[in-house]
Structure formats: C-alpha cells, structure tokens
Ligand binder design. Structure first.
Ligand SMILES: [Mg+2]
Length: 130
C-alpha cells in the first residue's frame, strides 16, 4: 500500500487580503499535517469553494476589500457541500458586532489578530481531535 495512504493531509483554504499574513499561516500549518491553499479575495475563495475539491477547514479574514469575510461566509453556507465545513474567522480587535454576525451566519470559531501561529495550529488540531 502506498505510504501516503497512512499520512493523509487535511486541506485548508486560507482567505486573507494581506499576503504576508497568509504566508505565515501557510508556513506554520504546512509544518503540521495540513496542505494550505492561499487566496487573497472573496471572489477567488467562492470560485474555489463552488468546486468539488476537498476542503476540510476555511480560515476567513473578515476585513477584505470588495467582498468581506461575512459576505463570503453567507455565500458559502448556501453551498450544500460546504454547509458543514468548519470556518474560523480572522478578526481584528474591536469587531464585536462582526463576530456576532459571523456567529449568526454559522462561523465555527474566531481568532483575533494578531494571533500566534502556534495558537492557530493548536486551534486547528483541536477541530480534528474533538
Ligand atoms: Mg484583511
């Protein structure tokens, strides 16, 4: 049996308009058992999500130009095959109203920027050990 059968990696879609943040997240998670795909805007995220490729977790920045993370979240929850995918929202300080709205739209969890990459990895590991 091929060894990859035993080393299944999870797929994570990271949506953030700041390339530097996306890259840090990617480096940290790819140290763990995760493959990361980075996109920098909501439209790219949705076109990816409308496809059938497996995505196990979505990290979604709220503050993005053109289409906010809240808009993306509302749209993706309407996709039957993504309705149950965990979504962790990346929020800034003082965005309590956005958090409430995201929770109402079906966000799974929140991380407030700036967060440590280590904490992020721990949070994602948790999703798969519950
Ligand atoms: Mg942003």
């Amino acid at each position: 049996m091929p060894s990859r059968f035993f080393s299944e990696r999870r797929h994570i879609l990271v949506v953030d308009d700041e390339p530097y943040i996306g890259r840090i997240i990617q480096l940290k998670l790819e140290d763990g058992p995760y493959d990361v795909e980075l996109v920098s805007d909501g439209h790219s995220a949705l076109s990816r999500l409308r496809g059938e490729a497996p995505i196990d977790v979505i990290l979604l920045d709220i503050m993005m130009p053109h289409m906010s993370g809240l808009d993306v979240l509302a749209e993706l929850r309407r996709l039957p095959h993504r309705a149950g995918t965990p979504v962790i929202m990346l929020t800034g300080k003082g965005q309590e109203a956005d958090r409430e709205q995201a929770a109402a739209l079906g966000a799974t969890d929140f991380l407030t920027k700036p967060f440590s990459p280590k904490k992020l990895l721990a949070r994602i590991d948790e999703l798969f050990t519950r």
